[in-house]
Design a protein around this ligand. Structure first.
Ligand code: SF4
Length: 366
């Protein structure tokens, strides 16, 4: 494709016009569309609406396991045999201490995840109190992932100060029965509508790599556009032994980056998050995700570890992006004792020894 193609793509998105399904399909699949100019076009849109900042999220798995649902990708599902260490809801003081830690580590938003189908009225009231307590202590935005909510429960959470609700679509309506049988896609849409009706921002995205088709991916990007989702996490399935879904479909770094670009073009104002699985699926091209995406998780995911904090922060800094936080990225890195890490690199022996230089050398000649 020529330069005009990529420029038109960026302009269409910046003007908030819709990219056609045909072009969306080509973005994902066509070798005529080269990755670097595509990323550059997505970057133009990203910087137009979100500058060069990166929003850092830290997730708190407030309870682990005990979930009656059967989401096939999830280690906490009742059908999963994954070796997770289950625990009931953490005590309030622990959740609040972790909010403090997230704020001090540079998080823009603190995400509390509660496993389960959906909260009882009592649990919602408890959660509302937690939100009030955290908000009164730390200037940090709060997002919760609670499972299914109705209008009244959404209203109570909004009144307590909740900024966002996370409730991922995960995949298309067509594919949904393949990944979960205990609730429906429509249940998910209803929850998102309840949150929207209460004035809560929407955080809703997908998990790629669950044997969905290209059309399914495109469908999710269009649906989230129609819902004007403020935040769109794109997860790349992390295969966990013991889960119903323990293998990903083919995910190359090139394909993952194309998906992020597609979501950016269709959702130009959204906070696009390169979420779980960035380390294992983007591999050496991880940093390129910051061109279409403006958000990521620090410190791993719900049940799986990610890159360490220093490595992620250094990646953001090295690529010339900044962290949207009350703390500068330099201070955050200092706190992570990068200096110590750096000097330990220098201290480590980088000089090759005989074993590497002369692998054929007979030991009796050494
Ligand atoms: S994704 Fe949520 S609802 Fe589904 S099994 Fe996991 S914890 Fe339960």
């Amino acid at each position: 494709m020529n330069h005009e193609f990529y420029q038109k793509l960026a302009d269409t998105s910046i003007n908030e016009e819709i990219v056609s399904k045909n072009i969306a399909h080509q973005i994902l699949t066509s070798s005529e569309i080269a990755l670097l100019p595509l990323l550059n076009a997505a970057y133009e849109v990203r910087t137009k609406f979100t500058g060069k900042g990166v929003k850092v999220h830290i997730i708190n798995n407030t309870q682990n396991g005990y979930c009656p649902e059967d989401c096939h990708y999830c280690a906490q599902a009742k059908t999963s045999d994954a070796a997770i260490e289950e625990y009931p809801l953490k005590p309030d003081h622990e959740i609040i201490a972790e909010a403090k830690n997230a704020y001090e580590k540079g998080a823009y938003r603190y995400c509390m995840v509660f496993a389960g189908r959906g909260p009882t009225k009592k649990r919602v009231e408890h959660l509302a109190q937690l939100i009030r307590d955290i908000k009164s202590k730390y200037p940090i935005e709060i997002c919760v992932s609670t499972g299914l909510l109705d209008n009244e429960k959404a209203r109570v959470l909004k009144e307590a100060g909740l900024d966002r609700l996370n409730h991922n679509l995960n995949t298309s309506e067509r594919h949904y029965p393949e990944i979960c049988t205990t609730h429906t896609y429509q249940d998910r849409l209803n929850t998102l509508q309840a949150a929207r009706g209460a004035g809560i921002q929407l955080c809703s995205g997908m998990i790629v790599g669950m044997k969905e088709t290209h059309a399914d991916i495109i469908e999710v990007a269009y649906t989230l556009r129609s819902m004007k989702a403020e935040s769109i996490p794109i997860n790349f399935l992390i295969p966990i032994a013991g889960n119903t879904l323990k293998e990903t479909s083919e995910l190359t770094p090139n394909f993952c980056l194309r998906i992020l670009c597609l979501f950016r073009f269709l959702n130009p104002r959204a906070e696009i998050r390169v979420a779980a699985g960035r380390e294992i699926h983007l591999r050496s091209m991880e940093v390129m995700a910051l061109y279409p995406a403006n958000s990521l998780f620090l410190d791993g995911y719900l049940n799986t570890k990610g890159d360490n904090r220093a490595k992620t922060l250094q990646m953001i800094k090295d690529a010339g992006f900044s962290v949207e936080s009350d703390h500068s990225i330099e201070d955050l890195l200092l706190n992570e004792q990068t200096a110590a890490v750096k000097s330990s690199y220098v201290d480590q022996t980088l000089i090759k020894g005989l074993k590497e230089l002369r692998p054929q050398l007979r030991t009796d000649l050494r």
